[in-house]
Write a protein that binds this ligand. Structure first.
Ligand code: SAM
Length: 218
């Protein structure tokens, strides 16, 4: 595809896969149209970059389905200038969408346990102009305490419980945590909103993610 065809494919993806399923947040829709998804897909599967599904990447991991990336991004209720932490950098696609949504005034932190994936994602994001993003290799279930609190935390792998450390690193008055929780095979996507000592939990539906491996994961 030439760049014009890629742009049309992105806009069609937003219309047919994302808006049609109820995602309405203008910042999320604009980011999904702006980030070149094909740049995060392995060369041999690039022709499938705009298809309605997850795709395999290196290290036995996946780049999430576009609709799920949009649903989780919208659920974070991010604004320009927010600070957001992602657990599970993977291809870096979701990371780029977050960087697009919070803009140059915001900050994106992302943790991946596979060094090769983190390195590749860092290269792609730098090349696309999202060079302000901060990368870490390690166990994301422990969060990134030195840079907390975060306005939003997104976990892109499924664990058995909500890691306590991630709860603790949310902004006490309005932090939002979007996370799949359940069995290894199937999870439910939740948004937790922190309001002082109180927590509000909402279900966003069933999902299937690769396992969250770590001290507070599997
Ligand atoms: N956001 C990614 C994207 O857009 O490509 C999706 C990545 S994939 C569904 C989930 C990622 O979480 C995998 O790359 C996996 O290695 C990573 N992961 C699993 N457990 C982790 C942990 N405890 N800390 C950091 N990364 C983890």
């Amino acid at each position: 595809m030439n760049p014009h065809e890629e742009q049309s494919a992105a806009e069609e993806m937003v219309r047919l896969q994302i808006e049609s399923r109820g995602v309405r947040d203008p910042r999320t829709l604009a980011a999904m149209a702006a980030v070149p998804r094909h740049r995060f897909v392995p060369a041999e599967r690039r022709h499938l970059a705009w298809a309605d599904g997850a795709l395999p990447i290196a290290n036995g991991q996946t780049i999430s389905q576009p609709y799920i990336v949009a649903l989780m991004t919208e659920a974070l209720r991010l604004r320009s200038g927010d600070r957001v932490l992602e657990i599970g950098t993977g291809s870096g696609y979701q990371t780029a969408v977050l960087a697009e949504v919070v803009g140059p005034a915001g900050e994106v932190f992302t943790i991946e346990r596979h060094p090769e994936l983190s390195c590749e994602a860092r290269t792609q994001l730098g090349a696309l102009g999202y060079g302000g993003t901060r990368f870490r290799v390690g166990d994301g279930t422990l969060g990134w305490p030195e840079t907390a609190p975060f306005d939003g935390i997104i976990v892109t792998a499924g664990g058995p419980v909500v890691p306590d450390d991630l709860r603790d690193q949310l902004h006490p008055e309005h932090g939002r945590l979007v996370i799949p929780v359940g069995s290894r095979e199937r999870q439910e996507l939740f948004r937790f909103t922190r309001d002082g000592q109180r927590w509000h939990r909402e279900s966003l539906g069933p999902v299937t993610f690769v396992p969250l491996i770590g001290e507070q994961g599997w």
